[in-house]
Write a protein that binds this ligand. Sequence first.
Ligand SMILES: [Zn+2]
Length: 87
Amino acid sequence: MSAGFTICRPLLENVPEGAPGWTLTTCPYCGRDCWKHPSEPDPLPPGYQAACTPCALKRMTRQRAMDAKLAELGVDLRTDVDGVTFD
Ligand SMILES: [Zn+2]
C-alpha cells in the first residue's frame, strides 16, 4: 500500500541561501520555512504531497511501519476487490 509520494523540500535553516529558481514556502505539516524546487508541479498531481525533509522522512518511516504491519496481517491494499494490483 502506498499513501502516495512525498516531495522533499530543503529547510531554510539548512540551506539559507537557496538556489536559483527556488521559492520559499511553508511546510504544511510543521509550518517551518522550506524551499520549493522549480521542477515541483503546481498543483501537485493526485497522490503527491510536499513537505520539508524532516517531515517527509517521518511520513515515509510511518508509512513503512504501517506497510509492515499490514503485511504481517496479510492485508495487501494494492489489490482491489477485482484482484487488480496497482501501485
Ligand atoms: Zn515540516
